[in-house]
Design a protein. Structure first.
Length: 347
């Protein structure tokens, strides 16, 4: 059984972007390069991309084909990472599991910026037939994991966007607690007082310092937020920005002792695709800073009834423009006219 399948509970998560936080923390010294190679040996591995490639090809016409077809000049140097957070509670079968956190991380071809695109769990998308489970058609995107695991999610997101997924990064949600505590907690600002009915925790409006336990509560909350999962997505993005900023302020990657502790804390929680060279990636993207992270959410407009209940209806024009910008590596131009989330204030 793979390390990923043995991992406990709600999330093998959102913060898979924790690995990205490590990348946006400044220049890499020679010593840290050695640690990066050790990191390669410590993390979990699986063949999710090979398994996705072996799935039957999707024959349905992509919904955004006209935008994808127009986007001819795809940068060969840009990289696309798929981040999955999966709810696999104790005693649940594969059919009961859901990928409640899905993010695309697009790193520009010149390595100057990273764009984080959150895909809400209830987004209404096409999922191909799965023998004995699903006849094929449109439903909530988070059902893909239940019917085909991470490989099917890779295929579905690639079909939706037209993008080639270069790497898949996942992390045990317990890692949120560990890594947050390793850096001494993170600071977030809450826009409006809200209560989490599930845990009984109230987050008052204003600034909060979150330890690992409270960080997990904060990024998991969905109910009680004014805009439900959309606000949870905003919180997850905010947490990532706060973590990257804290890693930078502590000078972790320039201090071998601190870096070793940080690397050791992350490594036990991460599962990467088998082809991902983490040491090389850290070298390539070491110039990124927290200010170089841009966040956005897959555009949607209204709701639609699906086999799994109410789903978010994607906005055709806005999604098409976003996918075209990702395909052509022109996210700089995209963000000059489209709103982005700075990562500073959460719901």
């Amino acid at each position: 059984m793979s390390r990923w399948k043995r991992m406990p509970r709600w999330g093998k998560v959102l913060t898979s972007l924790l690995v990205l936080a490590a990348l946006v923390a400044g220049p890499i010294a020679i010593t840290s390069g050695v640690l990066a190679y050790r990191f390669n040996d410590l993390v979990g591995r699986d063949d999710v991309l090979a398994e996705a490639a072996a799935l039957p090809a999707i024959t349905a016409k992509p919904e955004y084909e006209s935008w994808i077809r127009k986007s001819r000049f795809i940068s060969g140097n840009a990289r696309n990472f798929l981040v999955l957070g999966v709810d696999t509670r104790k005693g649940w079968s594969q059919d009961q599991s859901r990928s409640d956190t899905i993010m695309l991380v697009h790193v520009d071809g010149d390595g100057s910026n990273a764009s984080v695109v959150s895909i809400p769990r209830d987004s209404y998308v096409y999922i191909p037939p799965v023998a004995g489970r699903w006849a094929g058609g449109k439903t909530k995107v988070n059902a893909a994991y239940a019917w085909g695991g991470a490989p099917l999610v890779v295929q579905v997101i690639s079909h939706l966007t037209g993008l080639t997924i270069d790497h898949v990064v996942r992390v045990d949600f317990a890692g949120v607690r560990t890594i947050t505590d390793v850096v001494g907690g993170v600071d977030v600002t809450v826009a409006k007082t809200v209560r989490d009915k599930r845990t009984g925790v109230t987050f008052t409006a204003g600034r909060h310092h979150l330890d690992g336990k409270m960080a997990e509560v904060y990024v998991r909350q969905r109910y009680g937020l004014p805009n439900g999962d959309f606000d949870r997505v905003k919180r997850q993005q905010q947490y990532l920005h706060a973590l990257a900023s804290k890693v930078t302020s502590l000078g972790i990657v320039t201090n071998p002792i601190k870096l070793d502790a940080f690397v050791s804390a992350i490594a036990g929680s991460l599962v990467l695709d088998s082809g991902m060279n983490l040491a090389g990636m850290i070298r390539d993207f070491s110039g990124l800073r927290p200010a170089d992270l841009r966040f956005t959410t897959l555009p949607s407009r209204g709701f639609v009834r699906s086999a799994a209940g109410t789903a978010n209806k994607l906005a055709p024009e806005e999604c098409g423009e976003l996918f075209a910008a990702l395909l052509t590596d022109t996210m700089d131009d995209y963000f000059t006219t489209k709103p982005s989330f700075s990562g500073t204030t959460g719901a």
